[in-house]
Design a protein around this ligand. Structure first.
Ligand code: ADP
Ligand code: MG
Length: 755
C-alpha cells in the first residue's frame, strides 16, 4: 500500500520512465503528486443543453464532434469546430489555432467550457475560444468516465508532453487516493484542526482533487474551500513554525551586549547633520534596544526610498564603534559603497572622533585590498564599508560588532556573517535595510526570523514629485525643461534601458522581470492612446511639435552623444553605465555629486540608493519598458532635497496593456506601498520577490498574496505552538509535527535545520 513518502515510481500508473518525467517537475513522491493541485475546475455536474444557452454567459457543454475546419481569415488562421447534441448544433472557434487542425474526429465526445456568443444571424450560438477536452468514449471503463463527467472535474497543468495530461493526472491521483484510503498520515494536531474548523489531511486531499457535489464554484476558483484552506494553512504553518523556532534559537545564541551611555549619545550628536524624524528616532530606539541585549540582533529596517535609512544605520554603527567594536556596511553596488564611504568620511570631518574608515570593494587593486584587509584584521579600521567583497575576500575582522546590509535582496548571506568573526567571539548584530515596500503583514510573516522596524515618514520639507508622461514626439519640450532647471542650478538624470543600441546588449535592464514583454515586446502592444490636447509639460508648453518618433530603443551611449551635441549643447553632461570600469564610474559620480556634471545620462546603474539632493529632474526614456519597482526606485533619486522635483516618463509609440497600467500608477501615486501592492498583483509573488533570489521559499499550494489572511493565522498559530511547545497536541502529534517540520525545511526550503 502506498504511503505519502512512496517514491512516485511505485505509484500505480507511473513506473520508471514517467517517474523521470515527473522528477523534472520536482515530483518525487506520492505526496508530491497529491500536492500538485488542479489549477482550475470545470463544473460538469450539469452540462448544458445547447438549446438553453444564453448570449454572453460562460457555460459547460458536452457534445459530439460533427466537423472541423481550419479557415484562413484576414487576421490569421481560425479553427472552427462544429459540435452537436441530437439535432442541435453549435460552432466553436479558436483564433490563431492552426495547431488544433487534425485534433478532432467526427463522433468524438468533447467537453467544452467557454463564453457563448450569438452569431450575427441570431440563429446560432458560438463558443469563443473554449477550453476543451476530448472525453473517453463509451468503450472506456466506467471509472474513467465517472472522473470526467457528471462531476466537478479538476483540470491540471500538464506535467509533460502529450502523456501526462490532465486526464492522466485525474486517473492516477484518483487511484492513488483510493489505494491510500484511511491511511494518509496526518501532520497537524487534531485539536488545532478542530479549533480552526479545518478538515483532516486525507479529506482535504480528496476534496481538493475531487470536490464534493455542490461545492460553490467561487470557492474553488478562489481556493477557499475547506480543503484548500487546510492545505494552504498546513504549508504556511510549517513555514512560520520554522521561522519562529529559528528566531527563538537566535535569542539563545551569544551575541554582544553593547552599552548606550552618554559617550554614544555625544558621538551621535557630533555627526548628525539634522534632526531625525520621529520614525528615525523610533527605529534607532528599537535597534539600540536590540543591541543592548546579549543575544544577536537580526533586524530588518524597511523604509521607502528617501526615508533616511542610511543615517539610522550610521548611528547604529556608532554604537558599535563607541563600544570598541568594528562596524561593517555592505552595499549592493560599488557606486553605492563608494557613496556611503565618501558620505561617512564627510560626516566625521566635524566630529572629534576620528574612526578609521576603510573601503573594500572588488575593483580595488590588489595592493590596496591587501592593505585594507590588514587594517580590518588588526582592528585598525573601525568603520568598514564595502560590497559583497567583504564576504568574498574572506576578510577576518578583529572585533566585528555590527553588520549593516543596505538594499539587500539576497537574504542568503545572513548565515555567512559567521565567517567574518574570529572564533570564540560573540556573534555580530545584523541590520538589514530594504526599500522594497513589502506590506507590513507580509514582511512580518515572511521574515519571521527577523524583527522589523519601519520608517513610515519622509524627512521634512519634501514636496511631492510631479510625475508626467510625455510621448517621444514631445522630447524637444523635455530637453527644454531640463535646460531650464539646469539654468536654475539644478541637476538632472536621463535614464535609458540599454547601454548601446543592440537588443542583446543590455545587461542593465532586467527584462527577466517581465518575461513576456521582453520576448515579444510588441506582440501585445496596442497603439498608445493619444491623450487629447497635449496641454503642458510642467510649465506652459511653447509648442507641441517635436522630433519625429523613432523606432527601436534609444541607448544611453547614443543619446549622450546626441544630447550634448544637440538639444543640451553647452550643458555639462556625463555618461554613466555598468560597462565603465569602477574608477571611471567613481569619477563621474563624484563630479555629479559636486555639481560639475549637471545632467547625468545613465542606465539603471543609478537605480538604487544614489543620493544627490540637488538633482530635481528624472527623465526616463522608454519608461513603458521598466518594471514598476524600478520606476519607483528611479524616481526616488529625485525629491531628496527641498526643491521641487519632477519625473518625466517618456514613452514610445507602442505600449502593452501592463505597461500602460504601470505608467498610470506612477502618475497616480508616489506611495511605495501602493505601488508595491499593484506590482505584486500584476506580477505575482514569485516574480515580485524574485523568489529564489530573495531566499524565499517556493510554495506548492499557497500564494502569499492571495492567502494573506491564512498567512497571518499561520503565524499566530505557529507562535502559539512554539510558545506552549505544542501544549494542545499529544506526544505522538508533537513528534509528527517535528518530523514534518524537519522534512519541509530540509527538502523544500533548503534552509538550515529548523530544530
Ligand atoms: P534611503 O532611505 O533611500 O536610503 P537616504 O538615507 O539616502 O534614504 O536619505 C535620503 C536623503 O534624506 C539624504 O539626502 C539624507 O541626507 C536626507 N535625510 C535623511 N534623514 C533626514 C532628516 N531627518 N532630515 C533631513 N534630511 C534627512
Ligand atoms: Mg539608501
Amino acid at each position: 500500500m502506498p504511503a505519502l513518502d512512496t517514491p512516485a515510481m511505485y505509484v500505480r500508473g507511473v513506473g520508471p520512465r514517467i517517474a523521470q518525467m515527473l522528477a523534472a517537475k520536482a515530483i518525487q513522491t506520492a505526496e508530491d503528486l497529491l500536492y500538485h493541485l488542479p489549477f482550475r475546475y470545470e463544473d460538469r455536474q450539469n452540462p448544458r443543453s445547447i438549446d438553453d444557452l444564453q448570449n454572453g454567459e460562460t457555460a459547460s457543454v458536452i457534445a459530439e464532434v460533427r466537423g472541423a475546419a481550419l479557415l484562413r481569415t484576414r487576421s490569421g488562421p481560425m479553427f472552427e469546430l462544429t459540435v452537436g447534441q441530437g439535432r442541435r448544433a453549435m460552432k466553436c472557434i479558436w483564433f490563431h489555432a492552426a495547431y488544433l487542425d487534425g485534433k478532432f474526429h467526427a463522433g468524438q465526445t468533447v467537453a467544452l467550457y467557454g463564453r457563448i456568443e450569438r452569431s450575427r444571424s441570431a440563429a446560432h450560438f458560438k463558443m469563443i475560444q473554449p477550453q476543451f477536452e476530448v472525453l473517453p468514449d463509451a468503450s472506456d471503463d466506467a471509472e474513467t468516465l465517472m472522473l470526467e463527467v457528471g462531476r466537478i472535474t479538476p483540470v491540471y497543468e500538464s506535467l509533460g508532453g502529450n502523456r501526462l495530461t490532465s486526464r492522466w493526472q485525474r486517473r492516477v491521483i484518483f487511484q492513488l487516493l483510493e489505494s491510500m484510503r484511511g491511511n494518509v498520515a496526518e501532520c497537524m494536531p487534531q485539536a488545532l484542526l478542530t479549533r480552526l474548523y479545518l478538515p483532516d489531511r486525507e479529506t482535504a486531499l480528496r476534496e481538493v482533487h475531487f470536490p464534493p457535489e455542490g461545492t460553490p464554484p467561487t470557492q474553488l476558483q478562489d481556493a477557499t474551500t475547506p480543503a484548500h484552506r487546510r492545505l494552504i494553512f498546513e504549508e504556511l504553518f510549517f513555514l512560520e513554525l520554522g521561522l519562529e523556532l529559528k528566531r527563538r534559537k537566535m535569542k539563545e545564541r551569544t551575541g554582544i551586549a553593547f552599552t548606550t551611555g552618554d559617550n554614544v549619545r555625544e558621538a551621535i550628536r557630533e555627526v548628525l547633520p539634522f534632526h531625525p524624524t520621529a520614525a528615525q528616532k523610533r527605529a534607532l530606539g528599537e535597534i539600540a534596544a536590540d543591541m543592548r541585549e546579549a543575544s544577536p540582533m537580526r533586524r530588518l529596517l524597511q523604509g521607502d526610498v528617501g526615508s533616511g535609512k542610511t543615517i539610522v544605520a550610521l548611528q547604529a554603527m556608532l554604537i558599535a564603534i563607541e563600544n570598541g567594536y568594528q562596524a561593517a556596511l555592505m552595499a549592493p553596488t560599488e557606486i553605492l559603497a563608494t557613496q556611503h564611504y565618501l558620505a561617512a568620511r564627510k560626516l566625521f570631518e566635524r566630529s572629534s572622533r576620528k574612526p578609521n574608515i576603510v573601503l573594500l570593494t572588488g575593483s580595488l587593486d590588489e595592493d590596496r585590498k591587501r592593505a585594507n584587509r590588514g587594517l580590518i584584521n588588526r582592528g585598525e579600521a573601525q568603520l568598514i564599508i564595502g560590497t559583497h567583497a567583504l564576504i568574498e575576500e574572506k576578510v577576518e575582522f578583529d572585533r566585528l560588532g555590527l553588520v549593516v546590509v543596505d538594499e539587500q535582496h539576497r537574504f542568503g548571506v545572513l548565515q555567512r556573517f559567521k565567517l567574518m568573526k574570529k572564533p570564540g567571539q560573540g556573534e555580530p548584530d545584523v541590520l538589514v535595510m530594504t526599500a522594497t515596500p513589502i506590506p507590513r503583514t507580509l514582511a512580518l510573516s515572511l521574515y519571521g526570523d527577523l524583527d522589523l522596524s519601519v520608517l513610515d515618514e519622509l524627512p521634512p520639507g519634501r514636496t511631492a514629485i510631479q510625475t508626467r508622461r510625455v510621448p517621444d514626439e514631445r522630447s524637444a519640450e523635455v530637453w527644454n525643461f531640463v535646460r531650464k532647471q539646469v539654468e536654475q542650478g539644478r541637476q538632472a538624470y536621463i535614464v535609458y534601458p540599454v547601454i548601446e543600441g543592440a537588443k542583446d546588449d543590455q545587461p542593465e535592464l532586467d527584462f527577466s522581470r517581465d518575461p513576456e514583454e521582453a520576448a515579444v515586446p510588441d506582440a501585445t502592444a496596442k497603439p498608445r492612446k493619444r491623450k487629447g490636447k497635449t496641454a503642458d509639460l510642467f510649465v506652459p508648453a511653447a509648442s507641441t511639435e517635436g522630433a519625429t518618433a523613432k523606432s527601436g530603443l534609444k541607448s544611453a551611449v547614443k543619446m549622450y552623444d546626441e544630447l550634448r551635441k544637440g538639444p543640451l549643447v553647452g550643458v555639462k553632461i556625463g555618461l554613466l553605465h555598468g560597462r565603465l570600469d569602477a574608477d571611471e564610474k567613481d569619477v563621474i559620480m563624484r563630479r555629479f555629486h559636486r555639481g560639475e556634471i549637471q545632467v547625468l545620462v545613465a542606465t539603471t546603474v543609478i537605480e538604487v540608493g544614489v543620493d544627490v539632493p540637488n538633482a530635481t529632474v528624472m527623465v526616463i526614456e522608454h519608461a513603458e519598458r521598466f518594471g514598476l519597482a524600478q520606476l519607483h526606485q528611479l524616481r526616488g533619486r529625485v525629491g531628496r532635497g527641498a526643491a521641487k522635483s519632477y519625473c518625466i516618463l517618456m514613452t514610445g509609440p507602442r505600449i502593452s496593456p501592463p505597461g500602460e497600467e504601470r505608467l498610470e500608477a506612477m502618475v497616480r501615486t508616489q506611495d511605495g506601498f501602493e505601488l508595491a501592492e499593484l506590482d505584486l498583483a500584476m506580477r505575482g509573488p514569485g516574480e515580485f520577490f524574485g523568489t529564489r533570489q530573495a531566499g524565499l521559499p517556493e510554495f506548492r499550494v499557497a500564494n502569499i498574496v492571495r492567502d494573506r489572511q491564512l498567512l497571518e493565522l499561520a503565524k499566530q498559530e505557529a507562535a502559539r505552538f512554539a510558545a506552549t511547545t505544542g501544549a494542545e497536541a499529544t506526544d505522538a502529534e508533537r513528534a509528527l509535527v517535528r518530523t514534518q517540520l524537519k522534512e519541509t525545511w530540509q527538502r523544500r526550503y533548503g534552509l538550515v535545520e529548523a530544530g
